[in-house]
Design a protein. Structure first.
Length: 631
């Protein structure tokens, strides 16, 4: 059975209803892979964590964040989230919590286990547990009931530990009131901003460029590069061999009916007043007022399509009178869909704000949902299963090739003996595009993890399975100045602008520290000070946008202590700020927000308590991570 799971771990079978058992699958997967090849990445109290378990946890985290951030989820965000450490910590924490549950002698009864399994939605039919469906889903996922139940028991044991630690944590009304005061308090400030971009005519000499390069060589370092040979097992080659029975079609249809019906659809027009991603509160409010003016025209009886052609800032629909055609709920961003699907035919919405800006929506028509019919979906399902089954066959083939390459410690000899083509990437860095590889990030991540001459396990990309082997490495190096001189010169000029802005800001601030009047000093230096409206501890500041450092400093000021410790570095430049006024929260607003704040505080307290408990357990445990694994 373990071999079956290993073979189909990335295939279409294992993905059926996987959301229902993903947590317990992590438990089972980790403990049973340890008997396989020696590819451990860490050891927790004597038990190894192997690379396949790590990759499974990593991929799940990756997918979670991808759903959360959508198109904003890029390489820079992946790096800042440190997903490798997150994934490894997740596995380690599961291990030590399970060990603690056993130490505390916690037990899960058969009744507890049965009740938990019966409550898993994927195992229910018409709201009730279906034993046949339970068996079928586990079978399709390559698991026996014994495997699943053991893993589910481990999950419940960890939950018992969490309940034991968190059960006594409470939030008093005093705590909630104090948090309300903190959240709702507002301040306003006077400020002057010194922007580096305002300083022009900066000249630098060749000697200065050379000196700057000498002091900042690390910023121009050429990253390490690697050259990789690889075999590719194309999914499409196996479609002719894939067999799909009518029983498989029926089974897939039964488990995925929602994918083959026609969901409710709405046809709508809209008028968009666009906002940039960094729009400040002033711009947001101005666009809202413009939206309200056009909304009056639309509700007065004027032709909505003509208004869209006149006012809408959506280039994709403006010339069509704002017509978006029919769309399902999932196709639009949530605020837009929530509004459109709550309306009746012919209705015009209130202003709706989305990440794109302010919308006015008019629903033109509604198509109700249609139940799925097997006969209509059968060909589509058959085609899908054929492709998915081809992936499984490709995986089997890739595993055979991997075993042969692993034993031979070479791709070339195995490929020659089986008349296969070995491809070579040429040298590339970790964040560089790779010729003929569509998903370079995944490919590079595996490649740079390989040791000298090491052969990778099959890597699944969108067009096939890849087996990699390193054939050359180039260490990081510092280029000669002449090859990067233009960039160095530009960086030096920007640094000089920044220095001048900082110097002027500090001179102005020092005058204020000496007791001089804010307005008088500004006038003497021919500066125009600005004032903000009242703003809170989060969100944008009127006139400034999102300036967290300014925000943080402003709330530490008062009438008796109106100046911060020094100049504040923000996104736009260097700020000199002075306290202007404070606005206390409305006491009447507390009752309306008490339950929300209490719930938020309780969650925070529980998170901190759990983090502290896990940290203590980790300190008592023997945890060894492979050297360099998290670098």
């Amino acid at each position: 059975m373990l071999n079956v799971m290993r073979k189909h771990a990335q295939s279409w079978l294992i993905k059926v209803a996987l959301g229902a058992i993903i947590i317990v699958f992590v438990f089972w997967y980790g403990y049973n892979r340890s008997a396989q090849r020696s590819n451990r990445v860490a050891v927790v109290n004597g038990a190894p964590i192997v690379v396949q378990q790590f990759r499974h946890a990593y991929d799940q985290l990756l997918e979670t964040y991808r759903r959360q951030f959508g198109n904003a989820f890029d390489d820079e965000l992946i790096k800042s989230l440190n997903l490798r450490k997150q994934a490894l910590d997740q596995i380690i924490n599961q291990r030590i919590l399970l060990a603690e549950a056993n130490r505390l002698n916690f037990r899960v009864t058969d009744q507890d286990l049965l009740r938990a399994i019966q409550q898993v939605p994927a195992f229910q039919s018409e709201g009730r547990f279906n034993p046949q469906l339970y068996q079928r889903i586990l079978s399709l996922n390559g698991m026996t009931p014994e495997m699943y139940e053991e893993s589910k028991k481990n999950e419940l044991l960890v939950e018992k530990v969490q309940s034991f630690i968190l059960g006594s944590i409470k939030v008093s009304e005093g705590d909630a009131h104090e948090m309300y005061q903190w959240l709702e308090e507002k301040v306003s400030i006077d400020y002057v901003v010194f922007k580096p971009s305002a300083y022009g005519d900066i000249e630098v000499t060749p000697q200065e460029i050379e000196a700057y390069f000498a002091g900042h060589k690390a910023a121009y370092e050429i990253p390490p590069k690697i050259n990789v040979k690889y075999l590719r097992v194309d999914f499409r080659r196996f479609e002719a061999e894939a067999e799909v029975t009518e029983e498989m079609v029926q089974s897939h249809f039964d488990l995925n009916k929602k994918d083959y019906g026609t969901p409710k659809q709405v046809r709508a027009r809209h008028i968009l007043f666009r906002l940039g991603p960094n729009a400040d509160q002033e711009a947001i409010e101005a666009a809202r007022k413009k939206t309200l003016e056009v909304l009056k025209e639309a509700r007065s009886g004027k032709d909505f399509a003509e208004l869209a052609k006149k006012y809408s800032e959506d280039p994709g629909s403006r010339e069509k009178g704002g017509d978006l055609g029919f769309f399902a709920r999932e196709r639009m961003v949530k605020p837009f869909s929530d509004a459109a699907f709550a309306m009746k035919k012919g209705e015009i919405s209130e202003p709706v704000k989305t990440p794109f800006g302010w919308h006015i929506i008019k629903v033109e028509d509604i198509q109700e949902a249609k139940e799925p019919v097997l006969e209509e979906a059968a060909e589509q399902i058959r085609d899908k299963l054929k492709k998915d089954a081809a992936r499984t066959l490709a995986f089997d083939r890739a595993e055979q090739l991997y075993d042969a390459c692993y034993r031979a410690r070479s791709l070339g000899g195995v490929a020659e003996g089986q008349n296969l083509e070995v491809h070579e990437t040429g040298f590339f860095s970790e964040n560089e595009s790779i010729k003929d590889i569509k998903e370079g990030r995944k490919f590079a991540e595996v490649a740079f993890d390989l040791g000298e001459d090491e052969v990778s396990e099959p890597l699944e990309l969108s067009d096939g399975y890849y087996i990699l082997q390193t054939v050359g490495r180039q260490p990081a190096s510092i280029p000669e100045l002449k090859t990067v001189e233009d960039k160095v010169k530009k960086d030096l000029i920007e640094a000089r602008k920044d220095e001048k802005a900082k110097e002027d800001a500090e001179a102005f601030f020092n005058d204020l520290k000496g007791g001089a009047d804010f307005q008088a000093v500004a006038a003497g230096r021919k500066l125009k000070p600005e004032s903000t409206d009242f703003f809170g501890r989060s969100g944008a500041i009127s006139g400034l946008g999102f300036e967290q450092e300014v925000q943080h400093a402003a709330f530490s000021l008062s009438e008796s202590d109106p100046l911060p410790d020094g100049v504040i570095k923000g996104r736009q430049g260097y700020y000199v700020i002075r306290f202007k006024a404070r606005e206390e929260p409305d006491p009447k607003g507390f009752e309306a927000r008490k339950s929300e704040i209490t719930a938020s505080l309780l969650l925070q307290k529980r998170q901190r308590a759990m983090e502290a408990f896990v940290t203590e357990l980790r300190n008592r445990s023997q945890i060894t991570v492979q050297e360099g694994f998290l670098d």
